[in-house]
Ligand binder design. Sequence first.
Ligand code: PLP
Length: 403
Amino acid sequence: MNIDYKALAEKYGTPLYIYDFDYIENRYTTLKEAFAGKKSLINYAVKANSNLSVIAHLAKLGAGADCVSIGEVKRALEAGISKYKIIFSGVGKRDDEIRMALEYDILLINLESEAEMKRVEQIAKELGVEARISVRVNPNIDPQTHPYISTGLHESKFGVEIAMAKRMYIYAKKSEFLNPVGIHFHIGSQLTNLEPIREACGIVADLVRSLKAIKIDIKFFDVGGGIGVVYDDEVTITAKEYTEAIFAMTKGLDVTLLCEPGRYMVANAGAFFTKVLYEKLNEEKRFVIVDGAMNDLIRPSLYSAYHKIEAVEKEGEKTPADVVGPVCESGDFFGKDVQLPPLEHNDLIVVHSAGAYGFTMASNYNTRAKSAEVALEGGEDRLIRKRETYEDQVRLEREYLVK
Ligand SMILES: *Cc1c(COP(=O)(O)O)cnc(C)c1O
């Protein structure tokens, strides 16, 4: 497809997120097909990109949702995901969030501690309902990735150890208000190696076998998210390799397989477009200053994440430059020593692979308005979120202003 990004940048303004909905569909279908022959449900991890139109697009394809706040649950429902395809995970849930999740009657509440189980039981009792629950097990696997995004080790705040999980299932089985039907793990993000997934799957499958032996019938086996994607030149896992590893490790178990991909679905569907304000030379150092900033896309600042950066339709001899935003922080950059041609005011820069953890991590730091978001589908472009205004930002403060 030949897309005129310059025209889109003119039409919608910059900074701007553009998502290729056909790519998202292709990713979903590829993964779903890799599960062929097994009972499966793909629960899109809403936190990766929670735009209502993105979720709705996946809902139409049959996806479920993995949510980490009641806000995300509401987004999933509003976007048309069936309540029986929604999971509520997360290491801390407020009472009101638990109550609403029970009232919405979603598929599963995923428990991350014994204390949380007791809260859910108490609230289910107050409502006179039985809560369908799963327990997030921490299989103590090192996913061999960045420490900030690895979650499956004992030192991590997520999940519970195997022995504790077993105690929780036994308790839940006896409770009038808890129905333990699922098991869950999620060992980390941007996994490019199958081994940790295989290992975790094996450990958790053994636990399921021992639970089934004592009549605790686990129906949903949730392998979490984390399938790695290509940002640079990574060699990552294919959908087929992923599901075959899961099939091998869960052999003989009568369960519905759930997975919760976020990044895999949307990272490479999205790009972030920003315009050059000016170039600046400090001694030998070249800076390209753009109108987007860390408040729009924080991954480079937060995780030193790499994003491929290019100038759109611009020729010329390339030299290294740091691409930086206007925010008053030294950490405000998109890329360091990026090879770029000479650039002028209003030239367009694209930051690739920005569809996951891009807009959802955006903030209003420096009273910068959040960018607009645009969908491309079947050769057509359409706005899916308006650019924020100054008015939007002060709306909740203005009535309290004392002059
Ligand atoms: C963040 C998260 C995901 C999604 O991770 P990706 O790396 O984007 O696939 C899935 N499940 C849980 C519990 C998460 O916290």
